[in-house]
Design a protein around this ligand. Structure first.
Ligand code: FES
Length: 165
């Protein structure tokens, strides 16, 4: 009985590790001299991809059409739009004390395990203690490639309207 339970628990643990690994898989990308080029065509809707840029995790989330339709103006203003697709791109660090929030695909939000803070799918803080939205890194859109580390016109527009610092 004990052995059977152990085997079942082991299978469960492996399954969740596989799921976690899949969740954290980055998209196809190339790194060069402080820039990270990410191929957005490989992104799956409502599946969080995590890239690494200058030692920090960067969340990339392709939103589903339903998620986009339900958004308000503030949320849409933070989207990176490529063709018909909307993406969240932000530094995946909680703005409270820097933990890495986890994406909850069923709720379309992020939960920070450290002190319970929450962010919506646009990276906007919705439950304290995080004091502000997750930061958007400098980016440029080149066709369907996202270039992290280079400030393009879309980023400059966000910066001038106070969406990111
Ligand atoms: Fe995220 Fe405190 S570090 S809630």
């Amino acid at each position: 009985m004990g052995k059977a339970f152990g085997a079942v628990a082991g299978v469960g643990a492996i399954a969740s590790l596989v799921a976690m690994k899949r969740t954290w898989d980055p998209l196809p990308s190339v790194k060069a001299a402080g820039f990270t080029m990410v191929d957005l065509t490989a992104a799956e809707p409502n599946v969080l991809a995590v890239e690494k840029w200058r030692g920090k995790p960067v969340f990339i989330l392709k939103k589903t059409p339903e998620m986009v339709a339900a958004q308000n103006e503030e949320q849409t203003a933070r989207d990176i739009i490529v063709g018909d697709d909307h993406f969240l791109v932000c530094i995946g660090l909680c703005t409270h004390l820097g933990c890495i929030p986890a994406y909850r695909p069923d709720k379309h939000d992020f939960k920070c395990a450290c002190h319970g803070g929450e962010f919506d799918a646009s990276g906007i803080d919705t439950l304290l203690p995080p004091p502000s939205p997750m930061e958007i890194p400098p980016f440029k859109v080149d066709g369907t490639t996202l270039v992290l580390g280079e400030a393009g016109p879309e980023y400059e527009k966000m910066k001038s309207s106070g969406i990111t610092v």
